[in-house]
Design a protein around this ligand. Structure first.
Ligand SMILES: *[C@@H]1O[C@H](CO)[C@@H](O)[C@H](O)[C@H]1NC(C)=O
Ligand SMILES: *[C@@H]1O[C@H](CO)[C@@H](O)[C@H](O)[C@H]1NC(C)=O
Ligand SMILES: *[C@@H]1O[C@H](CO)[C@@H](O)[C@H](O)[C@H]1NC(C)=O
Ligand SMILES: *[C@@H]1O[C@H](CO)[C@@H](O)[C@H](O)[C@H]1NC(C)=O
Ligand SMILES: *[C@@H]1O[C@H](CO)[C@@H](O)[C@H](O)[C@H]1NC(C)=O
Length: 341
């Protein structure tokens, strides 16, 4: 999955060098070069030297105009997966590594309409790079709006643990609400186990029904099919988008590894992040009302969340592979070829 930065330069030098050759050859070499380019940019982890070299030189537009812009980073954050910590970290990194971070306060438009999608695309496009953004929003297809996508990143967690965490978080927020319009005592004090066993719609996950609270739509996208639970097509699309657009998807359970992979893969943004993270002290939105949930209750939920778990395992495997290729690299001073920018 890695290659030497020189490759990018060689490709760029191709065009002027071919001036000496017969015109037919020029066309041939050019077309071959461009195809090679495109195939590479599609199959590679998106952030790479070829892409950045091309953007900086402003050379011929590529026929497959779906290349990632490595100077812009989009963290379409999944709620309840440590995003508070990561945003704090990104703010620090912005100051340290000299880029601008935009934190969104929009929490309720994860399934964004066309207007909101366009607003996000334009904001990303119109901000000078390097820059980074975060927002609770499902994956956005920038290509659909005629723009190159930014580098995406995200962090997810064990699906059932996340559902439990959200359940108690909703109640904590509701309890803190000073207005009289609180939900009733029954809802506020409902036991999670009871909710699952009833089964209460709040804790029920059924095949083919629509759920916007799970993790998969954040990677699949804005289309209604993306919210269909355990849909094979939605799962496939989520995996494809991860391979193609996400430089890193970390997991809350492996934040140490996540931070090291972020730092190695996106040094422009995360250089020095691992140390900063360790000195941050693990800050979590701890919820004192969260109760212990029995393993058999978790098992009931797991059985109904097969696509969520398949995605989670896929992400864990990918993260692990990225980490392994990183530790198998030669010592730091010889490692520059691994760095993408
Ligand atoms: C994004 O939109 C383009 C143009 O409409 C389409 O060709 C492409 O398949 C879409 N990509 C994804 C991942 O949905
Ligand atoms: C409190 O509850 C009301 C009614 O449900 C809601 O409109 C309001 O946004 C809540 N306030 C906060 C701070 O959550
Ligand atoms: C699991 O799915 C089955 C069948 O769709 C449904 O009857 C059951 O209530 C679901 N249970 C939970 C906890 O989601
Ligand atoms: C789920 O959403 C789709 C698309 O919006 C809709 O056609 C379908 O009826 C919904 N399914 C259920 C079970 O609500
Ligand atoms: C992360 O690394 C730090 C320092 O090496 C260590 O103290 C901590 O236990 C690790 N955390 C996890 C979850 O592995």
């Amino acid at each position: 999955m890695k290659y030497h930065p020189l490759l990018g330069e060689e490709l760029l030098l191709n065009a002027p060098r071919t001036n000496k050759l017969a015109p037919r050859c020029v066309v041939l070499v050019f077309v071959a070069g461009i195809s090679f380019y495109c195939v590479f940019s599609v199959i590679q982890v998106p952030v790479n030297e070829i892409t950045s070299a091309r953007l900086e030189s402003g050379s011929t537009p590529c026929p497959c105009c779906d290349e990632v812009d490595p100077g812009r980073l989009f963290y379409n954050r999944v709620p309840k997966c440590g995003s508070t910590t990561l945003i704090t970290l990104m703010r620090r990194m912005a100051a340290k590594n000299d880029f601008v971070h935009f934190n969104s306060k929009v929490y309720d438009r994860k399934n964004a309409d066309q207007k909101e999608q366009r607003r996000i695309v334009m904001q990303v496009k119109n901000t000078p790079s390097p820059c980074s953004f975060d927002q609770h929003v499902f994956f956005i297809n920038f290509t659909k709006f005629g723009e190159s996508p930014p580098v995406f990143m995200n962090v997810i967690r064990d699906p059932v643990e996340r559902i439990i965490s959200s359940y108690f978080y909703r109640r904590m927020i509701a309890r803190q609400n000073r207005t009289r319009l609180k939900p009733g005592a029954y809802w506020l004090n409902k036991k999670f186990e009871h909710c699952v066993l009833t089964p209460d719609p709040e804790c029920t996950f059924m095949d083919g029904h629509n759920y916007s609270e799970v993790q998969l739509p954040y990677f699949c996208g804005q289309e209604p099919e993306c919210q269909l639970l355990n849909d094979a097509g939605a799962l496939q699309k989520a995996k494809q988008n991860i391979e193609r657009y996400y430089a890193v998807v970390g997991t809350l359970e492996h934040m140490n590894v996540t931070l090291q992979v972020l730092e190695a893969t996106l040094p422009r943004f995360f250089k020095g992040a691992y140390n900063v993270y360790r000195n941050l002290g693990v800050h979590r939105n701890q919820n004192p009302h969260k109760e212990q949930v029995k393993e058999e209750i978790k098992e009931i939920l797991r059985a109904n969340l097969s696509a969520e778990y398949e995605l989670y395992d896929f992400v864990r495997q990918r993260l692990h592979n990225q980490y392994r290729s990183l530790v198998e690299e030669p010592p730091l001073d010889e490692q520059t070829s691994f760095l993408f920018d």
